[in-house]
Design a protein around this ligand. Structure first.
Ligand code: C2E
Ligand code: MG
Ligand code: MG
Ligand code: MG
Length: 287
């Protein structure tokens, strides 16, 4: 009996593995097609700067996949797969190129677009990619995007996965004039002494912390500690997942400089993002 049960368990386990492998291969194939046929596109979510007045500081470029049968697929369903298969390096360069092209177009056609940054996510594998710097430089040169309006977001986990080369890679990016952010801060395991060595500009507090703000004063203390840590290290703070006016109010009181979340806008199409720059009409003022 015990033996049968064990075998059954093994069967379930191996079926799952097989299922995972099949899913992975299917997605991998679909993603190759998607790249070739231009099924990926970007949404843009405003990042707002608050110092006295509220103004548009940046757009974060967020990848989306328009799948012919499945409809729009969010990054939570394909970025991790693309990491696993290695396709993220091509996809990531496509995202960077597309974001730069779009921004350059806005800079040429909309007065007032010149100060706006575009912020692009870099995955762990991409961050470790050989000649990442050369590839980024080429994209900047070809698109005409100025490095000093490009921001790159690298997760705390991706930095720690590449701890040995991280300082060096970040230093080279910084030397190009690119602004650097550690993304999803608080979900990984970096130490203060390690962070202090990295040439970062911004720290993005993970949205889980922002959304905890509702749940009680201890949580406010945690967010306060993160913001103070960032400022001690000389970093400015971006809060993601700001959904309610009270979030903004509390974060502002704690010294947070930049805000991103549904309170201001969901990620939108490039056409809608363009309207934001044109009208500057972004913000239902909180407070
Ligand atoms: P992220 O870089 O931390 O991006 C912020 C995510 O939070 C976005 O999800 C955004 O839509 C969501 N968000 C923003 N404001 C709010 C809010 O007020 N409430 C809630 N509930 N969510 C909010 P999205 O677009 O689904 O992207 C998820 C993650 O996928 C990103 O997290 C990023 O890690 C990854 N990702 C997206 N595009 C790319 C890409 O081009 N390259 C790489 N490597 N990763 C990407
Ligand atoms: Mg990000
Ligand atoms: Mg983030
Ligand atoms: Mg996040």
């Amino acid at each position: 009996r015990a033996k049968t049960a064990g075998r059954d368990r093994f069967k379930v386990f191996s079926n799952r593995l097989l299922e995972h492998a099949v899913q992975l291969m299917t997605l991998e194939n679909d993603m190759d097609t998607a790249m070739a046929e231009g099924q990926f596109f970007l949404n843009y979510q405003p990042i707002v700067q608050v110092d006295g007045e509220q103004k548009l500081f940046a757009f974060e470029a967020l990848a989306r996949w328009r799948h012919p049968e499945r409809g729009i697929i969010p990054p939570s369903e394909f970025i991790a797969v693309a990491e696993e298969t290695g396709q993220i390096t091509d996809l990531g360069l496509w995202v960077l190129n597309e974001a730069c092209q779009t921004m350059v177009h806005w800079r040429k056609t909309i007065p007032g677009a010149k100060d706006v940054y575009v912020s692009v996510n870099i995955s762990g594998k991409q961050f470790a990619q050989a000649d990442l710097i050369g590839k980024i430089r080429r994209i900047l040169r070809r698109t005409g995007m100025p490095a000093n309006r490009l921001k790159l977001e690298i997760t705390e986990t991706a930095i720690m996965q590449n701890a040995a080369q991280a300082t060096n890679t970040l230093r080279m990016l910084k030397n190009l004039g690119i602004t650097l952010a550690v993304d999803d801060f608080g979900t990984g395991y970096s130490s203060m002494s390690y962070l202090q060595k990295l040439p970062l500009d911004h720290l993005k507090i993970d949205l889980s912390f922002v959304q905890m703000l509702d749940a009680g004063p201890e949580n406010v203390e945690i967010v306060k500690a993160i913001i103070n840590l960032a400022h001690t290290l000389g970093l400015q703070v971006v809060a993601e997942g700001v959904e309610r006016p009270e979030h903004q109010r509390t974060l502002l009181e704690l010294g947070c400089e930049y805000f991103q979340g549904y309170l201001y806008s969901r990620p939108v199409s490039s056409q809608e993002a363009e309207q934001f720059i044109k009208t500057k009409d972004i913000l239902p003022l909180a407070g």
